[in-house]
Each structure stands twice: as structure tokens, then as C-alpha cells.
Design a protein around this ligand. Structure first.
Ligand code: ATP
Length: 234
């Protein structure tokens, strides 16, 4: 009681073609933490993220964002930045042009913003190079920069580390930590592989066949590992 929440989902359920994809999902996100949403392919991670951002409507349950309840929550959803499924990059544009395009589209002011974001995600030296020629890691970082355009309070990233080489993994992890520490963002990041997020996330939410198995902190995770307790089916 008295706790501040960035997001609370209350018993969200969602089906596709009669098949339950989310089963009474309740999660609470507190400010300034990094939540790793861990689950196998098809566990429902993307669907949960789409429900939070308003891209899909759950059949049951409710969402509270920044202390507000409602169906659409348009103002609150402006405070969410997301990269869900794949980075929404325009391939023939440079990193800077992509950011300028999305900034203009969303009517967000600030002349220095594009340069700041490019520096933040380590893409300042890419010049006029078209985004289609970027490495996967660079594309992911550009996708994160696009998600950061509105300076969100909640950042939602769907599998941003999937398929990256070790250096790419480190770059994304460092970026996520920095966003949390320096910009006080709350971050929800999904992965099918718990070790990928190990020591990046502060809390872990395990999802299996559309249900949340447990929500545990890094400390509890380490304790569990010490005692050789396997987490879910991971
Ligand atoms: P992945 O890592 O493979 O994306 P995920 O945990 O993100 O997995 P979801 O994408 O949420 O899982 O999908 C959960 C289940 O819902 C899957 O069985 C998927 O086939 C199904 N599903 C998702 N979106 C749709 C849709 N638009 N229409 C029909 N079925 C869908």
C-alpha cells in the first residue's frame, strides 16, 4: 500500500481463435527498475507487450498506467516508448533521417534531439549510411533510439538482444542500464533466454503458456541458483 506503480495489469486474458495466449496475467512494475520478461517462443511475451501499449485489446482484465485506469489511456500511452517484434526502421534512410522522420511524425520538438539520441545509442558516426546496411545490433540500437524519441517513462523492448553477437549483446545491455540509471526509466524487456538478461534486469517475470509463473528479483534469482532450484521450465 502507498507504493507507486508505473504499470499494473490486473488479470489480463487474451485468446486467438479460441486459444488462450494470455491467462489472467497480473504484473506490477515499480519505477526505476528493469524487468526481464522471460518465456519460451509462443509464451505470450509479445502479446502482453502489445496489450500494454494498446496495439491489441485483452478480452478480460484491466490495465493501470501511471496511476490511471481506462480502456484507451491515450495520454498515459504517450509516456510509453516501445520496440515490439522488430525495429520500425525505414531501410533507405540513414539513422539520423529515420529519427528526424519519426520525430516529425509525432510532432516532437527539439533541434538537438536527433544528435543526442544518435550519441546515446552509439550511432553518431554512421553518417549517410542507409539503415538497410546496418548490422543487426545497429538496427536494434536505432530501433531503441526511435522508441526513445518521446523521452518515455516506460520503455518496452521485445527481444532486443535476440540474435546479436557478444559485443552487440553487451552494447544493448549497457544502454539499457544507462537508460534506467541516468534517465530513471522503467524498462520491460523480453527474452526467451534468461542468461541473456542476467545481471541486466533487476527483476524477472517468468511467463509460461500465457501465465506468469513468478516475479523474482536478481537477488532471489541468485539465491535460487545457489540452491539449484530451476526456474519454471527455463
Ligand atoms: P515469440 O518469441 O515467438 O514471439 P512470444 O512469447 O512473444 O513468442 P506471442 O507472440 O505473444 O509469444 O504469441 C503467443 C501465441 O499467440 C503464439 O502461439 C502465437 O502463434 C499466437 N498469436 C500471436 N499473435 C497472434 C495473432 N495475431 N493471431 C493468431 N495467433 C496469434
Amino acid at each position: 500500500k502507498g507504493k507507486e506503480y508505473i504499470l499494473r495489469t490486473n488479470s489480463l486474458s487474451k485468446s486467438y481463435h479460441g486459444c488462450r495466449v494470455l491467462q489472467k496475467v497480473s504484473i506490477d512494475l515499480e519505477p526505476g527498475r528493469i524487468y526481464g520478461l522471460i518465456g519460451q517462443n509462443g509464451a505470450g511475451k509479445t502479446t502482453l507487450m502489445r496489450a500494454i501499449t494498446g496495439l491489441t485489446f485483452p478480452e478480460e482484465g484491466s490495465i493501470e498506467l501511471f496511476g490511471q485506469r481506462g480502456k484507451d489511456l491515450p495520454e498515459e500511452r504517450k509516456r510509453i516508448g516501445s520496440m515490439i517484434e522488430y525495429p520500425s526502421i525505414i531501410p533507405y534512410m540513414s539513422a539520423g533521417e529515420n529519427l528526424t522522420y519519426y520525430k516529425t511524425l509525432r510532432g516532437i520538438p527539439g533541434k538537438a534531439l536527433v544528435g543526442e539520441l544518435l550519441a546515446l545509442v552509439g550511432l553518431k558516426d554512421t553518417g549517410r549510411k542507409a539503415a538497410r546496411n546496418f548490422s543487426l545490433g545497429m538496427k536494434q540500437r536505432l530501433g531503441i533510439a526511435i522508441a526513445l524519441i518521446g523521452n518515455p517513462d516506460l520503455l518496452i523492448l521485445d527481444e532486443p538482444i535476440n540474435g546479436l553477437d557478444p559485443l552487440g549483446v553487451i552494447e544493448i545491455r549497457e544502454l539499457i542500464k544507462r537508460l534506467c540509471e541516468e534517465r530513471h526509466m522503467t524498462i520491460l524487456i523480453s527474452s526467451h533466454n534468461l542468461p541473456e538478461l542476467y545481471q541486466t534486469a533487476t527483476d524477472y517475470i517468468i511467463i509460461h503458456h500465457g501465465s506468469i509463473k513468478r516475479a523474482i528479483t536478481q537477488k532471489e534469482l541468485e539465491e535460487n541458483c545457489k540452491h539449484h532450484i530451476l526456474i519454471g521450465s527455463m
